[in-house]
Design a protein around this ligand. Structure first.
Ligand code: FES
Length: 113
């Protein structure tokens, strides 16, 4: 993950737009981001399965993972690590912070230009 000074913080959503153990799609500087809320944290991953490029935000959240709806690959919310086939590549994750009821995603400056 990039150090904080290399990030551009972009408001992605209001916290209450995301259900507990739910996922929504957001766009941050043109990058598709999947926001996931669990009981104690919000996570941000690239909203593209590494298998066939479908949105992870359409998947199911369970036990700190999100399962791709299309073929069932599972990814760790905290690290983006692939935990089950058919996907074999991890997915990118982003830093998240919440402030005054809003969710901000830290996009690497190299991605925002
Ligand atoms: S597209 Fe996600 S597992 Fe196949």
């Amino acid at each position: 993950m990039n150090p904080p000074h290399d990030l551009t913080w972009i408001r992605a959503a209001a916290l209450d737009e995301i259900d507990d153990d739910g996922a929504i799609a957001a766009s941050c500087a043109g990058i598709p981001v999947c926001l996931v809320r669990t009981a104690d944290q919000v996570y941000a991953l690239i909203d593209r399965c590494s298998h066939e490029n479908v949105p992870l935000s359409a998947g199911e959240v369970e036990d700190g993972t999100i399962e791709c709806y299309l073929h069932g690959s599972r990814f760790a919310l905290a690290t983006g690590a692939v935990l089950g086939p058919p996907a074999v590549k991890d997915v990118q994750t982003f830093a998240v912070r919440t402030e005054a009821g809003d969710v901000y995603v830290g996009i690497p400056r190299t991605a925002t230009g």
